[in-house]
Design a protein around this ligand. Structure first.
Ligand code: GTP
Ligand code: MG
Length: 207
């Protein structure tokens, strides 16, 4: 079971990106036969507060969604996610699991818990989405949260570059690179069809 753990600030584009990655995995990358009773992909939505909008979108795309509800980010949350993941492995044993964490979560902390307590995980990657349009504002208002989300990401997707001029994109990239220079980095716009090569690189990436 290969796990893709998506993080990134509220509204940065996680769901929009997950829809494209999910389609890529289901249509283009899965080695499982379509007639298999086991799904090639399960998506876990980890929502704070009002539940459901994202799930409806994902279901409309015909994708299997396992919901995990939690009222707030607290220390039990990571454990719940891990329990959920272990159940999914036992019941469904999918090839891929995509987790969308809430915008306030620290993906690397969740990844640590999963690595420690998750069973049967072949690979785990943290993919953090950064919001190009709001980067300057958000990094002024809450630099700590953004840095902590980005600092240990395996892959960084700078999203919404359609909202910026090329030199502004370079400035944001530089600022992100100062926080994490090791991660794979792609600047994208999830509003457009993203080059599938980027998804291929992201899902096959290993350190
Ligand atoms: N201009 C622009 N808008 C985008 C892009 N990607 C997503 N959006 C918009 O940004 C908003 C948030 O997108 P989502 O995909 O729901 O983001 P999210 O990170 O899943 O949001 P939460 O789950 O609420 O934290 C929506 O209105 C999207 O249409 C992009 O590449 N460019
Ligand atoms: Mg979302």
């Amino acid at each position: 079971m290969n796990v893709l753990l998506f993080g990134g600030f509220l509204g940065s584009g996680k769901t929009s990106i997950i829809l494209q990655v999910a389609r890529y995995l289901v249509e283009g990358f899965s080695t499982r036969q379509l007639d298999s009773d086991k799904p090639s992909l399960v998506i876990i939505e980890n929502e704070v507060g009002e539940a459901g909008i994202d799930d409806k979108i994902l279901k409309a795309e015909g994708l299997s969604v396992r919901e995990l509800f939690a009222g707030c980010i607290c220390c039990t949350l990571n454990a719940e996610l891990t329990v959920c993941l272990n159940e999914i492995r036992e019941e469904l044993s999918p090839q891929w699991v995509i987790i969308e964490t809430t915008g306030m979560a620290f993906p690397h902390k969740i990844a640590e818990t999963i690595t420690k307590f998750g069973k049967g995980i072949d690979s785990l990657k943290t993919i953090v989405v950064a919001d190009a349009e709001r980067w300057d504002d958000l990094s002024m208002i809450m630099p700590g949260l953004l840095e902590e989300q980005i600092v240990k990401a395996n892959i960084i997707l700078l999203n919404k570059i359609d909202c910026l001029e090329p030199e502004q994109i370079s400035d944001v990239e530089e600022s992100i690179r100062r926080i994490n220079s090791n991660a794979l980095f792609y600047a994208i716009s999830a509003h457009d069809e993203v080059d599938p090569q980027i998804w291929r690189m992201a899902v096959t990436y290993s350190e």
